[in-house]
Design a protein around this ligand. Sequence first.
Ligand SMILES: Cc1ncc(COP(=O)(O)O)c(C=O)c1O
Length: 394
Amino acid sequence: MTFGAARRPFDLCDPDTLLQRDGEKWAAAGEGMLASWVADMDFPVPPVIREAVLRRLDGDLGYPAWFDESDGGPLGEVFAERMRRRFGCTLEAGYVRLFTDINQALLAVLEVATERGDGVLLHTPACPPFVSVIEHMGREAVTIPVDEGPHGWEFDSARMERAIARTGRRCRVLFLVNPHNPTGRVLRRDELQALATIALRHDLLVVSDEVHADLVYSPHRHVPFASLGDEIAARTVTLTSGSKAFNLAGVRCAVAHIGPRSVRKALDDRRGLLFGRVSILAVEALKAAWTAGDPWLDTVRAVLDCNRRRLTERLPDGIRTWRPEGTFLAWLDCTRLDLGTDPMNFFRDEARVLLFSGLAFGAPGEGFVRLNFATYPNVLEETLNRMHVALNKR
Ligand SMILES: Cc1ncc(COP(=O)(O)O)c(C=O)c1O
């Protein structure tokens, strides 16, 4: 196989070149291993982003004029326009604030909107580090296990009601991840509506992490939680970044659209005191992604869509999964294979494939691994081959 003459962008890549990378995903993989764990894509930087950052490097790198973000900051209009264009969702540009990452935005919102001891609802399995962040802040993570139904993972609203009833705590927040990491579910409007009804009944603030919203496969569609109506928008904080769809995790910039006025005001009062500000280069990168990155994104999404189909066709016998509706992550149930509580160890040692341990996603992750299929098709093929061979050898 030659790696010099790919027919289309993203067709072929020599895995040895990936192993030279110094980011967490590949740096953690030993010699000759394939890394399929951290949620970074293997694809190169989108050219429009590279050009925008280079232009800024040739310009002014002093303190930016947008440090006062009370009007929505440098990405307010860009974000609102994107939400309108892609999801038909009307949001207020002036309600946008910037954070270095989604986790930091969640921390800041919990700090100003809740008190120690308050309950924060979230579905499990949950992407690390959210449960530990909530607990380190002295809030209680009130978990809602997702159910496996006949058609896939279900985000049952009755379970959420039961979780609220079960905990002796005052629940103040629903932290919703949609599209969901790690199950790949994209919640339908009726499912979201049911969660919204409970949020209204219990007067919950909803923090909606929609970082995978641009990575949804037809016929599924992303419905922003804040689009469910004015009453819901007024109690919703929408979080996103370019980390997933545009592969910008190291760039460190996330946006929060903060519906509740009281939360916005509390955060504005603390800006510069409690948390820092994002980099001018990060703002340029995200602006370029969200204004001129869609052709790149369309190409990448087509590659990911093929990968997700290939993955579900080629999974070794005994591993179960539901085809992801969004994200580039597959949640693999290995419980029938007798590989112990953490099958990551088996695939790392016997297949030389580094997957994400299901245990990192909480108790429901026992016997599971998460596979990241945002890579070149030949690398995915090799990953699956190695898993087949290791299992056949047992
Ligand atoms: C659901 C979800 N939220 C947040 C993040 C982190 O995003 P960021 O690095 O932009 O904070 C990830 C990363 O995988 C994620 O999957």
